[in-house]
Design a protein around this ligand. Structure first.
Ligand SMILES: Cc1ncc(COP(=O)(O)O)c(C=O)c1O
Length: 372
């Protein structure tokens, strides 16, 4: 008997609400009747990619587009490995760190297994686990940070992976060297420990752990990084994982080959470790962070600002209302209810002049709602 296609979808998948991405700028500008839209919602780098990466994209030869890219980003891995002082076999690249989350969950988890992360963090760990039929156990935060004791208390013999977002998106909190070391010792190789360092290049605090130095002692440690944030290559989709050779080999079993296009591989190679670009971006973020934090605090808002190129602020009303009011003024922020921070917005730290006009727009919204 014929079935409706939806009947072929497993029940647990049918229960998942698809993520709805925002519409393109031109669509939103027309819909909201605004001449310009400033995106402060995705923690991108407004300075874009380093000049060498732009040049790499510009000089991509037409012939290179007709052939498949390197299936395992061979040259890029060799280049990064040399600079990091590790073996290319310790690196696996993916179509953004998001894809790598999926590779890792597919490699280690089967039905009945679980992963553990926090309840107020980057949601993709939880989502990928769920649509992979794997339980996501979410521990409450402690002082807006991951709580190692709570995570260990949630562990059982079916726990395969811990996901720690360091620094955490959206709170900017981080585990220092000691906390991470103690956690790895307590886990004692019974599960994989993923430390997602998507924002590590923005970190100022000297206590931030050197995770590469912990790898030799902890074969269950996996480090995620991305070219989407500091390197301004979010549109090309490329991220990577670092670990010991054996786990990286195991994860290669579930990776999608050829998922990273040639432009992304070449741009990433040119961008990697560009000191000038990193210093310029960090200066911009640092200046905007301290300015915006004090401006929002002066408006009476509670602000959480740690490491990373974003801050979150608590509003005296619903974040969805704030989103709609702000987009009408040309600013797109990230609502935080989905991150389990109701009434909060997350704001990407961009050029100071833009932070100034954004703060003025937010002040108007607060005034319109009688909150000032
Ligand atoms: C903590 C964290 N990890 C991973 C990602 C995904 O990065 P990519 O663009 O490489 O998929 C993001 C993107 O926002 C992030 O915030």
């Amino acid at each position: 008997m014929k079935k409706h296609p939806s009947m072929l979808v497993p029940q647990f998948i049918r229960e998942i609400d698809p993520y709805i991405p925002s519409r393109p700028d031109h669509y939103l500008m027309e819909a909201y009747d605004i001449p310009v839209l400033h995106r402060l919602n995705n923690n991108e780098n407004p300075l874009g990619p380093p000049p060498a990466a732009l040049e790499a994209i510009r000089t991509l030869k037409p012939g290179e587009m007709a052939i498949y890219p390197s299936g395992d980003a061979f040259d890029l891995r060799c280049h990064m490995a040399e600079r990091l002082g590790i073996s290319p076999d310790q690196i696996l690249c993916g179509n953004g760190a998001n894809e790598i989350i999926q590779f890792v969950i597919s490699a280690y988890c089967e039905t009945g297994d679980n992963i553990i992360t926090a309840d107020k963090t980057f949601a993709v760990y939880e989502w990928v686990a769920e649509f992979s039929g794997v339980e996501a156990r979410l521990t409450p935060m402690k002082n807006h940070g991951f709580d190692p004791e709570a995570m260990l208390a949630f562990m059982d013999e079916r726990t395969k992976i811990f996901f720690i977002c360091n620094p955490n998106n959206p709170t900017g909190t981080f585990w220092d060297r000691e906390t991470l070391k103690n956690f790895l010792e307590a886990v004692d190789g019974r599960a994989m420990v993923v430390v997602d360092e998507a924002y590590c290049e923005f970190v100022d605090n000297v206590d931030f752990p050197d995770t590469l130095a912990l790898l030799s002692e902890h074969p269950n440690l996996l480090i995620f990084r991305t070219f989407s944030k500091m390197y301004g290559l979010a549109g090309l989709r490329i991220g990577y994982l670092i670990g010991q050779k054996d786990p990286v080999f195991d994860i290669c079993r579930t990776r999608i080959v050829y998922s990273i296009n040639s432009a992304a591989q070449q741009a990433a190679m040119a961008a990697f470790g560009d000191k000038e670009h990193i210093a310029k971006t960090r200066r911009m973020v640092w200046e905007s962070k301290y300015w915006l934090k004090s401006r929002l605090t002066a408006m009476g808002l509670t602000v959480i600002a740690g490491e990373g190129n974003y801050i979150i602020a608590r509003l005296p009303f619903n974040d969805q209302i704030a989103y709609r009011k702000l987009i009408r003024k040309g600013y797109m922020v990230r609502t935080m209810t989905g991150f389990r921070y109701p009434n909060h917005i997350r704001v990407t730290l961009r050029e100071k002049s833009l932070m100034e006009s954004f703060a003025a727009a937010l002040e108007e919204v607060l005034e319109e709602r009688g909150c000032l």
